[in-house]
Design a protein around this ligand. Structure first.
Ligand code: CTP
Length: 406
């Protein structure tokens, strides 16, 4: 798949640096020509000799150690690469890239290159969520740097959360898909399609300091957006209140209320091919939104709620070519309610989960879902990560759009 592709692999100093060996080996096995630059810190975790042997080429660590007097190594490598892949990428290299610093071989080459850059971050969960790191990643994403999102799980530092380097075989797949996309490859199932994903919970204001929301973390919606991008789609995320960080590099519109989400979704509906309503939309909002903080008065307070617009139902009425995917989080009679929602909202597929089962539903990194169409159960997925679940859902949608009944 990668025959003849020149990949410059940048390895930076985190515990995940050892995975660069497997990554390098897999890239070479797929036919890529790989050259490696390591930061000094990376050499503390994995030896140059390992990467030299696996890449079958010299490993660069020092800007001033010119191995060939005829060329300037960092310029030569910068010009040579078809793709620069940094894996693992620490918070430090991400920060240096965002700031445009060039104080070692890797950062200098990164400034000199005009090749596309792909970054696979790996760090502690709190570092990953630090506003400075988030800002730097967003800055890079805006400049066109691609990201391979880290996975979630037990981190080497002992914390559980997002920050674990994506598995080497997954990174290789993302690299392969990148080259396919570049070749304008229609082999990517959602190439040329626009996918809109709504994620998270809506916020319904009571007064300037209080609101009603729900437990939706946004994780499922974010995973769906990433999966759609991997399959070659142009993706837009519309997100309400979320607990987890959104995937870098995917355009994101932040909204608050159900009404805002409806307007945002409607604005993009005409040009969409697939719309996925993974958001947990509040069914009701306060009848009156006070523009002043409500003061404490009697022993009880009654809040009048009025019904919100049902976004999916409205889109279901308006749909022409759009493939609509709804979600149904249920605690009982899952199939009955899911099918009822699918019909009422005119969806093509509905993804249902029983939120009472362990490993499914709000906040978790995993899900257990059944996917239905108008004729009934299409697929019953086991306990999977939300990312894997998302890939299955998008794969099914892509097959259906292509006219393959699965
Ligand atoms: N949905 C929506 N707008 C709403 C409510 C729900 O677009 N006002 C969408 C959700 O994003 C989801 C699907 O409809 O894709 C089902 O949401 P759910 O809350 O399970 O269904 P409801 O129709 O609200 O039914 P109920 O709350 O009675 O279960």
């Amino acid at each position: 798949m990668l025959t003849g592709k020149k990949i410059l692999l940048g390895v930076t100093g985190g515990i995940a640096a050892f995975k660069a060996a497997s990554l390098c080996s897999k890239l070479v096995q797929q036919g890529a020509e790989v050259r490696v630059i390591m930061t000094e810190s990376a050499t503390k975790f994995i030896s140059e000799l390992t990467l030299q042997s696996l890449s079958r080429g010299p490993v660069y660590t020092d800007t001033f150690d010119e191995k060939n007097p005829a060329v300037i190594a960092h310029i030569n490598l910068a010009d040579w690469a078809d793709l620069v892949l940094i894996a693992p990428a620490t918070a430090n290299i991400i920060g240096k890239m965002a700031a445009g610093l060039a104080d070692d071989m890797l950062s200098t080459t990164l400034l000199a290159t005009q090749a596309p850059i792909m970054v696979a971050p790996a760090m502690n969960v709190h570092m990953y969520q630090h506003p400075a790191v988030m800002r730097n990643m967003n800055e890079l994403a805006e400049r066109g740097v691609m990201f391979v999102e880290p996975g979630e799980g037990l981190l080497a530092c002992g914390y559980v959360g997002k920050g674990r380097l994506e598995e080497p075989e997954e990174i290789v797949k993302v690299v392969e898909r990148y080259f396919e996309r570049l070749a304008g490859s229609a082999s990517l199932p959602l190439y040329g399609k626009k996918v809109v994903v709504t994620a998270g919970g809506t916020i319904e204001r009571i007064d300037p300091v209080r609101y009603i929301t729900n437990d939706s973390s946004g994780k499922m919606g974010f995973a769906l957006a990433e999966a759609a991008r991997e399959l070659g789609a142009e993706v837009l995320l519309i997100a309400g209140n979320t607990q987890s960080p959104p995937p870098a590099g995917i355009p994101l519109e932040r909204v608050q209320s159900a009404q805002d989400m409806y307007e945002a979704a409607l604005g993009h509906f005409g040009s969409s091919d697939i719309v996925i309503k993974a958001a947990a939309v509040a069914d009701y909002r306060p009848a009156v939104q006070s523009d002043r903080k409500i003061k404490k008065t009697g022993e009880t307070l009654t809040l009048d709620l009025v019904k919100n617009i049902d976004i999916l139902e409205q889109l279901g009425r308006l749909k022409t070519k759009q493939f609509l995917i709804g979600f149904a989080a249920e605690t009982n009679d899952v199939e009955k309610y899911a099918l009822d929602k699918l019909r009422r909202k005119n969806c093509d597929l509905i993804v249902a989960n029983d939120v009472t089962s362990e490993g499914a539903g709000f906040g978790t990194d995993t899900n257990i879902v059944n996917i239905y169409d108008a004729e009934g159960l299409v697929q019953s997925l086991p306990l999977l990560s939300k990312r894997q679940t998302a890939r299955q859902i998008l794969g099914l949608a892509a097959d259906r759009i292509a006219g393959d009944r699965v």
